[in-house]
Ligand binder design. Structure first.
Ligand SMILES: [Zn+2]
Ligand SMILES: [Zn+2]
Length: 234
């Protein structure tokens, strides 16, 4: 099984990432990836860019360094109503949004409130992916999240960075084991993301792959291995 798609990547525009789009695309090409999405942090993340940056992604060519580049954003979910920090108009030229909870932009509302925040974010027509639903510091009702992802046709991310030993997120492995079990039970697909903040991590999925193999997670529920599977969701 070959993973050829990575939609969760950051560039220097995010303010705390260290490579350019061209450096990322070159790395993606060298690793044999066919599609790379650029998903810089939306404006409420301290040090990130303004809405104009996202709106103007339309100037990018479709292919950079031989890789098809999709235009995205990692949105900050701001509250229980699932509001995010770009308008639909700001995102009108984007291919997708990843909706994530980030401590600098969100106050922990407890398991019920955090889950509701993400479920309401799924109703936003540009939100196609829920980013890293794996951090015990912001607890979630994972079974409810999985069921709602199915209803709203939104992909749940399994984030490789959350599983790396130096991740600041808590209990990623335990939370993903639970979430993946519910995904199998309810037949809900996942999207693996690198969350690369430096070019060498583009397409780096090794921690997730080990986890998926350890539970024999079914290939048909992994979206990164087929463009046709992916485009049903974008
Ligand atoms: Zn994030
Ligand atoms: Zn990210």
């Amino acid at each position: 099984m070959k993973y050829t798609i990575d939609l969760h990547t950051h560039t220097i525009a995010s303010g705390h990432a260290y490579s350019t789009l061209i450096e990322n695309a070159k790395m993606a090409f060298n690793k044999g990836m066919t599609i790379m999405g650029v998903s810089d942090h939306a404006p409420k993340m301290p040090g990130s860019v303004t809405s104009l940056y996202f709106n103007n992604l339309r100037v990018l060519p479709e292919y950079i360094e031989g890789v098809r580049v999709l235009k995205g954003v990692e949105l900050n979910v701001l509250n229980e109503r699932g509001e995010v920090d770009l308008t639909l108009e700001d995102m009108s030229t984007l291919d997708y949004g990843i909706a994530s909870l980030h401590s600098p932009c969100y106050d922990n509302l407890g398991e019920k409130g955090n889950t509701l925040a993400l479920i309401n974010a799924m109703k936003n027509e540009k939100v196609k992916i829920i980013g890293h639903p794996d951090d015990s510091r912001l607890p979630l009702d994972l079974e409810l999240l999985v069921k709602e992802a199915k209803i709203h046709d939104v992909l749940l991310e399994v984030n490789n960075s959350s599983l790396s030993p130096n991740s600041f997120r808590k209990n990623g492995r335990e939370n993903y084991l639970k979430m993946l079990k519910y995904c199998i039970q309810h037949s809900v697909p996942i999207l693996v993301g690198s969350d690369a903040h430096f070019a060498s991590y583009i397409g780096e999925f090794s921690e997730v792959i080990l986890l998926l193999e350890s539970i024999e997670f079914p290939e048909e529920l992994i979206v990164n291995t087929s463009e046709s599977k992916l485009f049903k969701y974008l």
